[in-house]
Every structure is written in C-alpha cells, then in structure tokens.
Design a protein around this ligand. Structure first.
Ligand code: UDX
Ligand code: ADP
Length: 504
C-alpha cells in the first residue's frame, strides 16, 4: 500500500494557494496543511476574519478547516495553518505545493512575453536547501513547459543532502476566480504530470490520493510533465481565443446591425461549440489569459514556429483592440470630447465576485478616458480604493490623477451629474431591475441613459477599510433616496457586458 500524505506545505498564500489548500484541508481532516508566504500581512489576514482575497464561499471553507469545530461531543481539530515560517513548514511536509506568482517577465530575454520564474526558482531553492527528508514537490502555478525539468536540475544542483529524494510533479490549477470554491469542490479534471519511472509514478499516485478524498478517480488524469504543463497553457489560451473570437464578431455586429448576444446564443447552441465563454466584453482580464497566451507565443517562437506564434499573438492583439474600441465608442457617443465631463465607471474588478483587478479592462478604458481629460468616478463593490489608485498610478502621475479621479462607496454619488455611466464589471447588483430611474435622476439629463443598472446592496464598511484619500467619496444618503425611486421605477431587461449606452 502507498504511504498516505500526512503533511502538506504550500508556498504562496495567494489566489491559488489559499483557496486550494483550504479545500484540500477540509476534505482531508487527517492531513496537516500549512500555507506559507513571505508576506506577513497576507498571512495575518488569512488567520483573521478579513481574508486577504474576496471569493464567494471561501470564508466558510477556511474557518471550517482553520478553527476548531465542535459538534455534540466531538471536536474537529484544525488542520489548516498559515505561517511565515517557511523553513519549518518545508521540513515537516511530505508534499509541497509551489503556488507562487509567475508574472510576465519585464526585463531581459523574453521580456513582455516569457514568464518570470524567479519566484518559482527561489521557492525551489529554499526547498532544496532546508529539506532533510524525501519530498514530493508539486508545481501549481502556471508555468512555461519544461519547468518541471528545470526544477529537477535545480534540486540536483542545490540539494545539500544527496540522500534526500525530490519527486517533481506538475499539478496545474484550473480554478477561475469568483467561482474558485465551486471549481475546487467539483473540478472538471485534476491533472497530474510526472516522469514515468516507478518512484515518480508512485509520487503521482500519492498526490492523486489526496484529491481522491472528494474527486472521482476517473477525473484525475495522470500524464507526462510536458503534457500537463502544455495542457494548462492550452486550456487558458483556447478560452481566451473564444473571447477574442466573440469580441471580434461583436465589431462586425455593430456595423451590420446583428446583435452579438443573439449570435453568441445561436452559435453556442451548437453542442460542438458550447455556450460558455462567449460573452462579448470590453476585453478579457485577469492574471492568466494574457500572460498564458504570451507564454505560448514565446514557446512557439523559441522553437522557430513563427506561424504558430503569430496565430496566438492575434488573440492578445484583438483583446487590446477590444478595449481601445470600447473606449473610442464611449468618446464618440459623447460627441468626441470628454473635456471636463464626468464619466461614472461601475465595476473595476476584472470580473464579478472577485476583488482582483489584475489586467482588468476597466484600468485600460479609464486610462483612455482620463487621457481625454474626463473626470472618472469609480464605484466597485469589492475593490479597495487604494487598489484602484495604485492601478491607475502605474500609468498616470498621481497629482494629475487626484483631479481626474474620484472613488465612491456607492454608485449614486458616482453617477451624480455624470455624462455617461459605463459598466465594466458584470456584478449582479448592476444587473437586477430597478436602478435606471434612480440613476437617471442624478445623470446630466441631456446626454445618455443607462439601460443596465440596479440598486446596490449596502456594502459593509469593515470589508473595505477606510481610506484617508480625499478622492474617496462617501455618500450613503443616496441609498435612501434611491430606495424610494425603486418602487416606481420601470422594469428593465438586464443585459450582459458591455453596456450599450443609448441616447435619450
Ligand atoms: C481563467 C480560467 O477560466 C481558469 O480555468 C484558469 O485556471 C485561470 O484563468 P479567470 O481568469 O479567473 O480564470 O476567470 P474567467 O472566468 O476565465 O474570465 C477571464 C476574463 O475573461 C474576465 O475578464 C472575464 O470577464 C472575461 N470573459 C469571460 C469574457 O469577456 N467573456 C466570457 O464569455 C467569459
Ligand atoms: P496567484 O494568483 O498565482 O495565486 P498571487 O500573487 O495571488 O498569485 O500569490 C502568490 C503569493 O506567493 C504571494 O502572496 C507572494 O508573496 C508569494 N511568494 C512569492 N514568492 C515566494 C517565496 N519564495 N516564498 C514564499 N512565498 C512567496
């Protein structure tokens, strides 16, 4: 019989490591799971009631595994821990996940497209340096193909103790933010890549046993490392490709009079195509799609497969075009001048149900509006004001921004006196019926009306924290006013992104 995994260490307490380990700990009460990170504030947050990331259902799962649970006479001792003591967690683990960030390289060879493996390498070196017993090392972050191979070299050259054996596995994560817990609890598949020698296959089986606690065996695929690494990239690239396809069709729809939602429905009803990931948008965002497509481009280039590289690069090009086209269309709708006009932006996260803003189309679109001298008034139910400011200050001078940006705690003050309201994240609260008349009341009457908005839920102060910046506006009184308006407001059919502004 295989030796069961008893102790797991996960290096990296981010969007991947945190939720994944919380679910693994919940489903495997006998396994001790310790998530470690260099970032003390992040670890402190994981130990508190204010988790560092917003993700539906995450808090329940974390609390279940992290805090002692009593039911009748029985207690469930905690088995999920968060720590900055990376070395101790490595030493006592028999399985280690590497779930650190792998951003696109900013300098050197492959800058702008290759993945930066510095964090992965640092984590691997640390494991090699401090381990005193055999380890299974499973790479979770999305990485270029061949990383497992590179890691084997690092372990071979750095490990101090030649008696310690490291089995390197590739175990990419397929969760999407906003639905992470659902995706983790019932994954379409679990992918484990390994070498094909006996020891490697046994390590893969031991990892598979961890998932088999709740995932049916037939959904756990064991493949070679290259297949595993390439499959993860391929899945994200093909998803991104569908979005760029529908967004390019949306440009055709706008000039021909076709309706892109109708086209998506008609096309998606073909069972060979399927209906998911066909929502036209201002462009995809998130930490993965752009980075992974560029990574595939880089791999193709490095094997001299220029046609292949060009093919995939167009997916990113179309995405940039989509964001630019959306901003241009707003500008044109406002008679080609935004000078001193206020534009309300509802939604800043790259998708609903997350506070994550990495690569969000909102950053790009707002930047284009600011460049036209507009004043942008931003509201998002989950993104913290300091995050919005930091997203914008990467591209703009802070002093100039203070005059051109305000951040609001409710959509009404964001919309007050606005020439246009632009919805950039499909939060449910912008979709339900009701808000149009309330917003219409605060809009600059002449210009544009919004067919797609709703009453926001009142957001709790504490989840947002307070910001001392003067550009953060807090005007809760409007909530009451809008509630009155709601009663007699007409019913609007909710539509999906992107919002189409229509003339009154
Ligand atoms: C993605 C993959 O879905 C997931 O499997 C992988 O592990 C990580 O990358 P994520 O980026 O979290 O997950 O979210 P996803 O739902 O895929 O959306 C990515 C972006 O595409 C968002 O900006 C979203 O708004 C946009 N999108 C999605 C569209 O524009 N249209 C769609 O139909 C779907
Ligand atoms: P992802 O979306 O891939 O989970 P995040 O950026 O959310 O990425 O999280 C990655 C985490 O990994 C960060 O919190 C970062 O501090 C942590 N990290 C990076 N390098 C190391 C390292 N060598 N040791 C421990 N933690 C690390």
């Amino acid at each position: 019989a295989r030796e069961p995994v008893r102790s797991i260490c996960c290096i990296g307490a981010g969007y991947v490591g945190g939720p994944t380990c919380a679910v693994i700990a919940c489903q495997n009460p006998k396994i001790q799971v310790t998530v470690v990170d260099l970032d003390q504030a992040r670890i402190d947050a994981w130990k508190s009631d204010h988790l560092p990331i917003f993700e539906p259902g995450l808090r329940d799962v974390v609390q279940f595994a992290r805090d002692e649970q009593y039911s009748g006479h029985e207690t469930r001792p905690p088995n999920l821990f968060f720590s900055t003591d990376i070395d101790s967690a490595i030493v006592s683990a028999d399985l280690i996940f590497i779930a650190v960030n792998t951003p696109t390289k900013l300098v050197g060879q492959g800058a702008g497209s290759a993945s930066d493996l510095a964090y992965v390498e640092a984590a691997a070196r640390r494991i090699a340096e401090v381990s005193t017993s055999d380890k299974i090392v499973a790479q979770k972050s999305t990485v270029p193909c061949g990383t497992a191979h590179t890691l084997r070299h690092i372990f071979a050259s750095v490990a101090q103790n030649s008696d310690v054996n490291f089995e390197i596995l590739s175990n990419p994560e397929f969760l999407a933010e906003g639905t992470a817990i659902r995706d983790l609890l019932s994954p379409d598949r679990i992918l484990i890549g390994s070498n094909t020698d006996r020891r490697a296959l046994q390590a893969a089986e031991r990892l598979a046993d961890v998932y088999a606690a709740w995932v049916p065996r037939e959904r756990i695929l064991t493949v070679n490392c290259w297949s595993s690494e390439l499959s993860k990239l391929a899945a994200n690239c093909m998803l991104a490709q569908r979005i760029s396809s529908i967004n390019s069709l949306s440009a055709i729809c706008e000039v021909t009079g076709a309706d892109v939602d109708e086209v998506a429905q008609a096309v998606g009803q073909d069972t060979r195509i399927g209906s998911k990931m066909l929502k036209a948008s201002a462009g995809f965002g998130g930490s993965c799609f752009k980075k992974d497509v560029l990574c595939l481009v880089y791999i193709a280039e490095s094997y001299n497969l220029h046609e292949v590289a060009l093919y995939w690069r167009r997916i990113v090009d179309i995405n940039e075009y989509s964001k630019a086209r959306f901003a241009k269309w707003i500008i044109q709708s406002l008679h080609n001048t935004l000078d001193r006009k206020k534009i309300a932006i509802l939604g800043w996260a790259y998708k609903k149900d997350t506070g994550d803003t990495r690569e969000s189309a909102a950053i790009n679109v707002a930047g284009q509006l600011i460049a036209e001298n507009a004043h942008v008034a931003v509201y998002d139910p989950e993104v913290r004001p300091d995050q919005i400011i930091s997203d914008l200050t990467q591209h703009h001078n802070t002093d100039a921004l203070a005059k051109k940006v305000s951040i609001h705690k409710n959509p009404y003050s964001a919309c007050e006196g606005a020439s246009a309201v632009v919805i950039l994240t499909e939060w449910d609260e912008f979709k339900t019926d009701g808000l149009p008349s309330a917003v219409a009341n605060v809009l600059d009457k002449e210009v544009l009306e919004v067919p797609l908005v709703s009453v926001p839920r009142r957001t709790s102060e504490d989840s947002r924290g307070s910001s001392e910046r003067s550009w953060v506006r807090d005007d809760y009184s409007r909530d009451e006013r809008s509630a009155e308006n709601l009663a007699e407001s007409p019913v609007f059919e909710p539509k999906t992104i992107p919002l189409r502004l229509c003339k009154k």
